[in-house]
Design a protein. Sequence first.
Length: 200
Amino acid sequence: MRLYPDRRAERVDVIARDLAVLIALAILAKIGLEVHDAVDNLAVLGQGVETAGNAVAGGFDSAADAVDGTPLVGDSLGDALRGAGGGTGGEVADLGRGGEDAAHRLANLLGILMFALPASLLLLWAVPPRVAQIRRLNAASRALEELTPERRRLVAMRAAFSLPYGVLLRYTPDPLGDLEAGRYDALVAAELEQSGLRPP
């Protein structure tokens, strides 16, 4: 299976384009990671809220522990303080945990989107033409594998009749004269090279 043309200039060009696509994918992955990390750092806000909520609840618990032993109202007052701490500080801590989780989820989503959307567009732009080129190259390689004298004549005719004159004139000053006179080498070379194959 041929992945790259035989001609050096074309091969270098195709390899350079393939490498450019891989480098672009790596850059997009790096951008996605940077966006993820930047948004993920916002989770510190939720952690701060959670810490503050736990501190409030802890303060109420400490106050409840302090009044627990007080005669008559100690146990009731301690329970009330614990309930107040759980109601205010606990809710704030839960809110902080929720904010932290939401920041992590948003970081994951944005990181994936920042990579996946442009990478998908890049691959949709780059891969189908590349696959078509590989198919053409392999089809030409199979079709032009054995060049008997009669096939050389047919390949020369194909070149003379299908390639643009500007291309043909790079190989021979008189393409139709060569075909008429049975000089097929330049025309066969033109067809092979335009198909991405190296002339024998």
